[in-house]
Ligand binder design. Structure first.
Ligand code: SF4
Length: 456
C-alpha cells in the first residue's frame, strides 16, 4: 500500500524554501543518527537551511526509534509537547515524523497527534525531503508510507554533525529476525552499500580532514551477503586498509553479530594500521536456552570462544556488549548463566536493558512472564557485576601510555578516546586541542574515570 493523503489549508501562504530553516531531532541508535545526517544533507540540497536551535525551526523533523517501548512512548510525548508549543512560538512551522516508529505505529501517531504535517516511515526515506518541501510550500498535510523496503541501498551525501568523527553506513536493514527485535520489520532485509560508494565516501572524508570513521550497519559482519558475497566484510576491511595506506585515520565498525564474527576479522584488525581494536559483540543472554528463544544463532560456548580469541590475539582490545534481562522464560538459573558469561568475558563496555515486548515480533507471542520488579532486580545485579569488573580492571591501566584522539571539550575539560574506545580525560590544561592525536600516560581516577597526562 502506498497511501498519500493530502488536505489543503488554503488560508496558509506558500512557504518559501530559501528562507525556511529545519531541525532534525533524532531518537535511537547510530544508524538513525546517520540517517538524520543524510536527511539534513538532502534538505540543504533542496535549499532549506539548518536552524540554530529546535525552537526556531520552521520545519521540525522527528526521526524516531521503535526498538523499545519506553523509547517509543518518550518520542510520542516529546512530539506532542513540541506540537503544542510551536502553536504559540511559530504557528506557521510544520512537524514531520518519520523513522522506525512512523513505519511501525502510524495509526497510534495519527490518532494521538493530528498536528503532524508529514508522517512517513523508513521504506520511503529517499522521498521524505520532497514530501517535506511539498508540505512546506503548499501547506498541506501528507501521510506517505511504502510497505516494501527499497531493494538497493545507494544513499549518498551527509551533513556530518562533527568535523572529527563521521559515520559511514555500509548496510541497512537486517536479515536475522532475532525474536525480540523490530528492526527487520521497520527497516527491511539487509541491503549493502556498493563497495565503490564506500570507497568514494571514505576518500572524501579523508580529504575533508576527518580523523575517525565508523562503519555502520545492524550487522556489519554480514556486509555483502545480500549480494551473494560470503566473506565480503573481511574483504572490505582489507580494501580499506589498502585505500588508506599511509594516511593517519582511525576506522571502527559497529555492530558485529557474534554468529557472523570471524577470527579473520580479528586477524585483519590486529595487522592493521587504521582499524580500531574495539569490538562490539552483543551477547544478549548467557543461557543457551534463552539464546535459542531469542533466535540468536550461537551458543554461550561459541560466544566465549570468540571473546577468548580476541583477548589472546589483541591484549589491548576492548570489548563492548548489549544484554537483555527478563526475556520470557528466563529463570534465575538462566540469569546466573548470563552473569557467568559476563564474568568470563570481562566486558569493558556494556549497554543493559530490561526486555520490552514489541508488537509484530516473534517474542511478542511469548508470555511476558517475569514480573517487572524481578526484571529490575536482575538489571540491578547485572549492572553491579559489570561495574565491579570494570573497577577491578582499572588499576591495570596505571602508567600505561596510549595514543588518544581528542574529540570533546566539556566545561573546560578536554577528553579523547583511544583506538580501543577507552575515554580518557586530560588531567591538566595543556596546549592540546580537539581534533589532535596525543600520547598520554594513564591514571585511573575518581568516579571510574581514566585520566591522562599529555606525554607529547
Ligand atoms: S541482528 Fe537481531 S537484534 Fe540486531 S538488528 Fe538484526 S534482528 Fe535486530
Amino acid at each position: 500500500m502506498n497511501l498519500v493523503e493530502i488536505k489543503r489549508k488554503p488560508d496558509f501562504p506558500a512557504g518559501k524554501v530559501a528562507e525556511a530553516t529545519f531541525w532534525v531531532e533524532t531518537f535511537g541508535c547510530q544508524m538513525n543518527k546517520s540517517r538524520s545526517e543524510h536527511l539534513s544533507y538532502r534538505l540543504q540540497e533542496l535549499g532549506f537551511s539548518p536552524a540554530e536551535e529546535s525552537g526556531e525551526a520552521d520545519i521540525l523533523v522527528f526521526n524516531t526509534c521503535a526498538v523499545r517501548e519506553h523509547a517509543a512512548e518518550r518520542a510520542i510525548s516529546i512530539i506532542s509537547k513540541f506540537a503544542r508549543e510551536r502553536k504559540e512560538k511559530n504557528p506557521d512551522s510544520i512537524i514531520v515524523v518519520c523513522g522506525c516508529l512512523g513505519q511501525l505505529e502510524r495509526e497510534k501517531l495519527l490518532g494521538k497527534d493530528r498536528e503532524i504535517n508529514v508522517l512517513a516511515g523508513t521504506h520511503n526515506w529517499e522521498k521524505i525531503p520532497l514530501l517535506i518541501k511539498k508540505a512546506w510550500q503548499e501547506k498541506v498535510k501528507i501521510v506517505d508510507f511504502q510497505e516494501e523496503p527499497p531493494s538497493l541501498y545507494e544513499e549518498k551525501g551527509y551533513r556530518y554533525s562533527s568535523k572529527i568523527s563521521a559515520y559511514l553506513p555500509i548496510t541497512f536493514g537486517c536479515d536475522n529476525f532475532c525474536s525480540y527485535c523490530v528492526v527487520p520489520y521497520t527497516t527491511g532485509k539487509q541491503r549493502s552499500k556498493p563497495r565503490e560508494i564506500i570507497e568514494e565516501e571514505l576518500k572524501n572524508l579523508v580529504e575533508e580532514g576527518f580523523r575517525e570513521v565508523t562503519l555502520l550497519g545492524q550487522n556489519v559482519n554480514s556486509y555483502g551477503r545480500d549480494r551473494e558475497r560470503e566473506g565480503a566484510f573481511e574483504e572490505l576491511l582489507l580494501d580499506i586498509e589498502e585505500w588508506l595506506r599511509g594516511i593517519k585515520i582511525w576506522v571502527c565498525f559497529l555492530t558485529s553479530h557474534p554468529r557472523d564474527f570471524t577470527e579473520d576479522i580479528v586477524k585483519i584488525v590486529k595487522d592493521s594500521s587504521v582499524l580500531c581494536p574495539y569490538f562490539h559483540l552483543p551477547l544478549q543472554a548467557g543461557s543457551n536456552k534463552i539464546l535459542q528463544l531469542m533466535r540468536r544463532g550461537y551458543t554461550r560456548e561459541d560466544y566465549l570462544n570468540k571473546i577468548n580469541f580476541i583477548r589472546k590475539s589483541i591484549p589491548s582490545a576492548r570489548i563492548g556488549t548489549d544484554i537483555i534481562v527478563g526475556f520470557p522464560g528466563e529463570t534465575d538459573s538462566d540469569f546466573r548463566e548470563t552473569l557467568d558469561v559476563v564474568r568470563e568475558a570481562q566486558f569493558d563496555v556494556a549497554y543493559t536493558y530490561v526486555y520490552s515486548p514489541r508488537p509484530g515480533t516473534a517474542a511478542y507471542l511469548l508470555e511476558d512472564d517475569i514480573p517487572v520488579c524481578e526484571k529490575k532486580e536482575r538489571l540491578h545485579i547485572l549492572n553491579d557485576t559489570l561495574r565491579s569488573i570494570y573497577q577491578e580492571k582499572l588499576p591495570s591501566l596505571q602508567g600505561k601510555v596510549m595514543e588518544i584522539l581528542i574529540d570533546q571539550e566539556e566545561g573546560g575539560l578536554l577528553s579523547g578516546r583511544g583506538a580501543n574506545n577507552l575515554r580518557v580525560y586530560l588531567k591538566e590544561l595543556s596546549s592540546a586541542e580537539v581534533g589532535e592525536w596525543r600520547e598520554v600516560v594513564l591514571t585511573p581516577g575518581e568516579g571510574n574515570k581514566v585520566y591522562g597526562s599529555v606525554k607529547r
